[in-house]
Design a protein around this ligand. Structure first.
Ligand SMILES: [Zn+2]
Length: 530
């Protein structure tokens, strides 16, 4: 009887610890090292944020997140102190690593660089009540944070989320909401797919028809729209404060039906594309000089708008039917001593990359540019590995062999538009669940080549993935991808990881996220991806 009772006590004790440790106190992505010690930091009515001029912007961000919950005092006479400090941490912490120390007396966040401080703040915020994390009303005074010491730094320098605003237009408010989620997930690159067959979404002053015509070529209700240069500057600045770089993508020479509907004279046969709904062989003509002048002028404005040192120029899925027939293209092939239309795309890509080199920019191309043998691309080219489904790791291998940096963003399993169960044109072989991406993602490499710059994930908007459908595709599976981009430590077993992800659901719900299923068995009978 007694033994049974003792077992019960031990079990109850376990439960208690489990609940305490489990109640929103786990940080995601999982930090490199977390040590929990005894004691608590207790919030009172006042809080002092300690910083110098160098830490000011992060301190201001923190103040904005906390000021509705606690009086931010002007002096440190109080015990309640959060100190932000740029200092010299060991080299492995780099520019984005941080140390977070919570004890009875104070909270300290240290880093080598402001980005590290910012990520320390993001981790600290995850220790707060759900309502505070979501900006909802809450009485914080009297709330306790268990003492903790966190040492953390990312696996990759590049951690991107791509949004396809070409096929469907999203509002600037929606985009800012996603930038906030990215900051929470410690992602630092917003890869913005701004041009597609179905829509050109970026205002270019020199060529007004790109948006006057090109933003309205498709028929869906969320396919009419573009971003003014003022809106773009506002989004870029919003992202900057969240330590996110906005990398714009102008996808050329293919996926350009919207632009070529506006300016058909830049296609091989001066014709507007018959359809914009799928990629076609109506490309920017690679033989006409006017194409290069046009695109360089576009890039001049793009580079003014985006301070990023990277510009993405697409280059995927460009069938050469028209180029093979076009007198201008064939003339250029002859004139430049090229072998065929594939080499003409190399010429086209190289020329644009060299142009961007004069502006000290690096250029990203989808892996399609490097499938052939004997590829020579300029040194400032980075390869974006995507087509695992069609070519397995060919682009990765060829990029490394040719000494180009690589971003791993394979269509199995980093494309979050692929749902957990079939929907619309996404058949069963284009679905995946959270366990699959966590355990079998080809982009998640244990010992990546040093040329692997990082990892990306993507939300394409094919087949009318409209704004209201995005959340349930992205969440919760994006947590697995954020974990693979950031976390350096030993990987948790999936069930344990998923338990922690589910702890985050109340925060997400408070933020208004429409969370979808992570696994098929969670889907209720009436669940819809629409
Ligand atoms: Zn041509």
């Amino acid at each position: 009887m007694f033994a049974k009772f003792k077992r019960y006590l031990i079990f109850a004790g376990f439960l208690f610890i489990f609940v305490l440790a489990g109640h929103g106190q786990n940080i995601l992505p999982t930090p490199y090292r977390v040590e929990k010690s005894g004691g608590y930091f207790l919030f009172s009515d006042e809080l002092f944020i300690g910083f110098t001029e160098r830490e000011q912007e992060v301190a201001e961000y923190l103040r904005q997140r906390l000021e509705q919950y606690v009086k931010i005092s002007g002096s440190s006479t109080t015990d309640n102190v959060i100190r932000l400090q740029l200092t010299d941490l060991p080299a492995q912490f780099g520019e984005e690593g941080y140390q977070l120390l919570v004890n009875k007396k104070m909270i300290e966040i240290k880093a080598n660089n402001v980005s590290g401080l910012f990520y320390g703040v993001q981790s600290f915020l995850q220790l707060l009540p759900e309502k505070v994390q979501a900006g909802k009303e809450y009485a914080l005074s009297g709330y306790q944070i268990p003492a903790i010491e966190v040492h953390d730094y990312p696996k990759y320098a590049w951690r991107s989320f791509m949004l396809d605003s070409g096929r469907q237009y999203q509002t600037p408010e929606f985009i800012k909401r996603y930038l906030d989620y990215m900051a929470m997930l410690k992602m630092n690159v917003f890869h913005w797919h701004l041009t597609e067959g179905q829509g050109w979404r970026i205002e270019i002053k020199k060529y007004p028809k790109l948006t006057d015509v090109g933003s309205k070529v498709a028929t869906g209700k969320e396919q009419q729209g573009f971003y003014t240069q003022e809106e773009i500057k506002d989004i870029v600045e919003y992202a900057r404060k969240l330590h996110i770089t906005v990398v714009p993508e102008m996808d050329v020479p293919g996926h350009s039906e919207a632009a070529l509907t506006a300016y058909p004279e830049l296609s091989c046969f001066g014709e507007a594309p018959a359809s914009v709904m799928s990629f076609s062989d109506v490309l920017f003509c690679g033989g006409r000089e006017e194409t290069y002048t046009f695109l360089e002028n576009v890039l001049d404005e793009v580079c003014e708008l985006f301070p990023s040192s990277y510009i993405h120029l697409g280059g995927d899925e460009a069938p050469k039917g028209k180029w093979n027939q076009c007198l201008h293209c064939q003339g250029k092939i002859k004139q430049e001593g090229l072998k065929d239309s594939h080499e003409l795309q190399m010429y086209f890509s190289t020329r644009l990359a060299n142009y961007l080199q004069t502006k000290e920019k690096k250029v990203i191309f989808w892996g399609d540019v490097i499938y052939q043998d004997n590829i020579k691309l300029p040194d400032n080219v980075i390869v974006h590995w995507w087509n695992w489904r069609g070519h397995k790791d060919l682009a990765l291998k060829n990029a490394i062999r040719n000494r180009h940096q690589v971003i791993a963003n394979t269509n199995y399993y980093t494309y979050l538009n692929f749902p957990v169960s079939p929907w619309s044109k996404y058949s069963a072989d284009r679905t995946f669940d959270m366990r699959t991406v966590y355990e079998n993602n080809p982009s998640d490499m244990v010992e990546p080549d040093p040329l692997v710059l990082g990892m990306g994930c993507a939300l394409w908007t094919d087949w009318y993935v409209c704004e209201h459908m995005v959340d349930r595709r992205v969440f919760p599976r994006i947590f697995a991808l954020a974990e693979q981009m950031w976390s350096r430590g030993e990987r948790l077993p999936f069930d344990e990881f998923y338990r922690i992800v589910k702890e985050k659901y109340p925060v997400l719900r408070e933020k208004g996220v429409d969370i979808g299923p992570g696994l098929k068995e969670e889907m209720e009978d009436d669940f819809s991806w629409d």
